[in-house]
Design a protein around this ligand. Structure first.
Ligand code: ANZ
Ligand code: ZN
Length: 813
């Protein structure tokens, strides 16, 4: 079967989107793969789920767009090239070929005519083009700042790529480095990214929405300006803090700036200078997580200066500490130890005063060591006394606004997206640096800025600066603006830039007039069902949402959100643990396919659990799936009635089972309960087999009706078996082109019930019987049951109690 059908499908173009307006359009997309080696079990699961949706929608009569492509720039290709003295493209495209062949074998119903690879110059030309549109709008900019640096990969990382203080790729603890880098101004879109999540509610997993909400981290509060008194040669200085609790202004007893912020250097007095410099060295080695850990002993350095509280004129000592982050808020805080635990820990370490200003009825934090954060009444707070927390916040803002020493403010945790990378295998940033003109965009007509072909092997090894800098002929260009000698930007873009717009390209993959044809995109998008792993909850999904909003503002798309619905498939585990090299519990997909066949593996993936749950490969039975598939397939061999015979003369019970299965399957599929559909299909196959093995056998037209329904529904999960079954039933390929069976409502009424047969009160058999069965008939069937005959083992019967249609109890002598 696996040898036969792929060619037929390809020949017929079964899975290509028609895009001719004859049918309503729907777009289903699996997150495109990264070409690292061959496909693995994780791909097999995710793509099986997306394929169920694509195939189901086709059967429902939609024109379905289900494209496939590769996210083919990135570090692993580069590292492989260094090791093998090759060009990253060799490894990349060889792996893509391998994966493409595997996808074809795996019978993904993809539209191969739309295939794309983000490392193709014809693709990255438009990645660069989009960068330039962002640049023109001020949404791409360069700045010098301390950035996350992976000391192993020798490249910078976006905040989103730092997981628990370590590089998400290699696990090396991330350090900070001051560098001139390119950023996308995603922070301009923070509010829209938050607000538009409303329309995703109920269609995206709530936990993904929660993670995005948390990542954006919107806090309401105030900016309050503190004057720092002049000291030794240092002049007066105004420093703004961000606080969510302006009501606690009277409780501020000291002031802290981030030790690594430049501000600390600006403020420190001469005698504290050396102490600060020592401390900054130590702070550099710490991750943000470590810095904010409540477990660590608080550390800091007094800067020799005092800040004046704008509300009560009090003098607060100014400290530098690591628990205040340079790039959050303003990088400086007013410390209120009574009501903020971090401040309290610091105050206790350095013997600073603690003053409670909100009476919450709890014990004094100065005594307990536990800051109080609940509701209460303001005390020790001058004009704020007697107010509640909320009233106090409003009033304090009013006061500082009136005095011109502060204002209401909203702060975000979200940072701009650092997109430049000091590595080779990515889209070059299309900017030229000219001594005369500064940053000059590469003219659109000169795109793509292609990667040089001659850098390979060792020349690509990470040095901390981009390997592209070594390609002298490539770097040196004439300035497009003044014609003088200038240099190309040698950084490449984060591969998340490539994946932030690929779903748009699929609507018009060969379009040459721009990244995509706006009309085609507006016809197909937003994506009706997106399928992928929860590991992309923030990075890829947030970036794609940001891109879509910018493109909407550019007039290039007419929607705000790219993915209307999201399904996060679970992981494939082995023995309850994620498959990994170190655990040695990896399962090779190719071996599984060879051993059990594609259909059995696909069916097992889907049958094992609801799509959102993990599948433990140690607990499943692909062999059992193969057996079921054989049973389903044999139905086709046993049907002897010709196609098109009216089934109404056939077995009514079987007809009911068929129609109920079809009706329920549609509902279950809409709810993504794919595994339950398979269970129902198994029951229908059994019911059909029973009729074949009795009565009119394979000549019963109800058997044909059932077998056809089995073929159509089975096609969602096991396309080869279904196609073969469909052919055996006398139909031309492809079953993927069939229509979802029409349901006869009259047949949905349950005509049979399950009767329980007991022997001495113990259940020994169950019988499917007509709901209107007579007492005598039910008794006869019960006594004829093989199970019951076995159980009785020849014993005489004293009484038989019959309660038709549900119960028979046999009492032996
Ligand atoms: C005074 C105060 C009193 C604060 C109080 C809290 C409780 P979220 O909600 O996460 O936005 N903060 C501000 N900038 C900071 C930085 N760069 N590094 C570390 N902490 C910083 O937190 C806002 C609160 O976190 C701010 O409000 C500030 O402390 C602190 F009873 O100001 B608060
Ligand atoms: Zn110039």
């Amino acid at each position: 079967m696996e040898a036969k059908w792929p060619a037929v499908w390809e020949e017929l173009g079964v899975f290509n989107a028609a895009d001719d307006g004859s049918k309503e359009r729907r777009y289903v997309l699996d997150m495109f793969p990264y070409p690292s080696g061959d496909l693995h079990m994780g791909h097999a699961e995710a793509f099986a789920m997306g394929d169920v949706v694509a195939r189901y929608w086709r059967l429902q009569g939609y024109d379905v767009l289900h494209p496939i492509g590769w996210d083919s720039f990135g570090l692993p290709a580069e590292n492989a090239a260094i090791k093998r003295n090759a060009h990253p493209s060799e490894w990349t495209y060889a792996n893509i070929d391998t994966q493409a062949a595997s996808f074809k074998r795996y019978a993904i119903s993809a539209d191969w005519s739309r295939r794309l690879h983000t490392s193709d110059p014809e693709y990255y030309r438009w990645t660069q083009w989009l960068f330039l549109r962002f640049y023109e709008r001020g949404l791409a900019y360069r700045k010098n700042s301390p950035v996350n640096w992976c000391p192993k990969d020798l490249t910078v990382l976006a905040n989103e790529q730092v997981v628990n203080g370590a590089c998400e790729r290699c696990g090396t603890p991330v350090t900070k480095k001051s560098l001139n880098q390119w950023y996308f101004k995603i922070t301009d879109y923070a509010d829209r990214l938050l607000e538009d999540m409303e329309e995703l509610k109920g269609h995206w997993p709530e936990r993904v929405l929660a993670m995005q909400r948390n990542w954006i981290g919107r806090s309401e509060g105030a900016h309050v300006n503190f004057r720092i008194e002049a000291a030794d040669s240092r002049p007066d200085h105004e420093v703004t803090v961000f606080t969510t609790r302006p009501d606690t202004l009277y409780g501020a007893t000291f002031f802290v700036v981030a030790a690594d912020a430049h501000l600390a250097l600006d403020l420190v007095t001469a005698d504290q200078h050396d102490a600060l410099m020592d401390y900054r060295e130590k702070v550099k080695a710490l991750s943000d997580i470590e810095r904010q850990s409540t477990e660590r002993e608080k550390t800091g350095v007094f800067l020799g200066r005092y800040a004046i509280n704008p509300l009560n004129g009090e003098k607060l000592p100014v400290w530098a500490a690591d628990y205040v982050l340079a790039d959050y808020g303003t990088g400086a805080i007013m410390a209120v130890p009574a009501h903020d635990q971090r401040d309290l820990d610091f105050a206790r370490t350095f013997d600073l005063p603690v003053r409670a200003v909100l009476d919450t009825g709890e014990e004094d934090p100065a005594v307990t060591g536990t800051a109080t954060a609940g509701e209460g009444t303001l005390v020790n707070s001058g004009e704020l006394d007697g107010l509640s927390k909320a009233e106090g916040i409003a009033k304090a803002i009013e006061i500082v606004e009136a005095a011109g020493t502060g204002e209401r403010a909203v702060n975000y945790r979200l940072r701009d997206w650092l997109l430049s990378r000091q590595r080779f295998w990515g889209a070059p940033i299309p900017i030229i640096h000219c001594d005369e003109c500064g940053e000059v965009p590469v003219p659109d007509s000169q795109l793509p800025v292609r990667l040089p072909d001659d850098l390979r092997g060792e020349a690509l090894s990470p040095k901390g600066t981009s390997p592209l800098a070594a390609a002298v002929d490539w770097v040196n260009v004439d300035c497009p603006s003044c014609g003088r000698a200038a240099r190309r930007d040698t950084d490449t873009m984060d591969t998340f830039v490539d994946s932030s717009w690929y779903y748009l390209r699929f609507a018009s993959p060969n379009y040459t007039g721009g990244p995509f044809d706006t009309e085609a995109v507006n016809r197909w998008l937003p994506v009706g069902q997106y399928v992928g792993g929860v590991e992309h909850a923030i990075l890829h999904l947030l970036y794609s949402r940001f891109f879509t909003k910018v493109l909407k503002d550019l007039g290039l798309v007419d929607f705000d959100e790219p993915f209307s619905a999201l399904l996060n498939q679970g992981q494939v585990l082995n023995g309850g643990k994620a498959m990994s090299k170190s655990l040695g519990n990896g399962v090779d997909l190719g071996e599984q396919l060879d051993k059990f066949g594609v259909d059995a593996v696909r069916l097992t993936m889907v049958f094992a659990s609801p799509p959102e749950d993990d599948v433990d490969w140690a607990d499943v039975s692909p062999a059992g799936s193969a057996k079921f598939l054989a049973r389903a397939w044999r139905l086709g061999q046993d049907v002897t009635s010709a196609p098109g015979v009216d089934p109404s003369t056939g077995d009514q019970n079987l007809r009911g089972a068929t129609h109920r299965t079809v009706a329920d399957a549609a509902n279950l599929l809409d709810q993504h309960k794919f595994n339950v559909v398979i269970a129902r299909l198994m029951e229908l196959v059994n019911a059909t087999r029973k009729v074949i093995d009795s009565g009119a056998g394979g000549a019963d037209p109800a058997v044909r009706e059932a077998a056809e329904a089995v073929a159509i529904i089975l096609g969602l999960f096991a396309p080869y078996t279904a196609e073969d079954l469909w052919a055996a039933l006398g139909h031309a390929p492809s079953v993927a082109n069939a229509s979802w069976p029409t349901v006869d409502e009259k047949l949905l009424v349950q005509a049979t019930v399950t009767a329980v047969v007991q022997v001495q009160g113990k259940v020994r058999d169950r019988l499917e019987v007509p709901a209107d069965i007579s007492e005598e008939e039910l008794k006869a069937q019960a006594l004829a049951s093989e199970q019951i005959i076995k159980t009785l083992a020849g014993r005489e019967i004293r009484t038989v109690i019959v309660r038709a249609p549900k119960l028979v109890n046999i009492v032996p002598a």
